[in-house]
Design a protein around this ligand. Sequence first.
Ligand code: ZN
Length: 70
Amino acid sequence: MIDTIYRCEICGEESEKPVRWIVIHCSDAQLQIFKWTKEAADKPQARHYCGEAHAQVYISRWFQSMCGQI
Ligand SMILES: [Zn+2]
């Protein structure tokens, strides 16, 4: 069985077995943040980040885009 390789959306770092990565499930209306679990990471709406700092980059962008729509 081949392991999935995950990639941080911000810096492009790749890992087959991420440790302390962050998973975010995102839609227009809500943002859900998870500690790394394979179950959360493999969901179709999941986004992957190598750590808190890069998750925060995405969260900031999400807030800005949300405010921009008003
Ligand atoms: Zn990163």
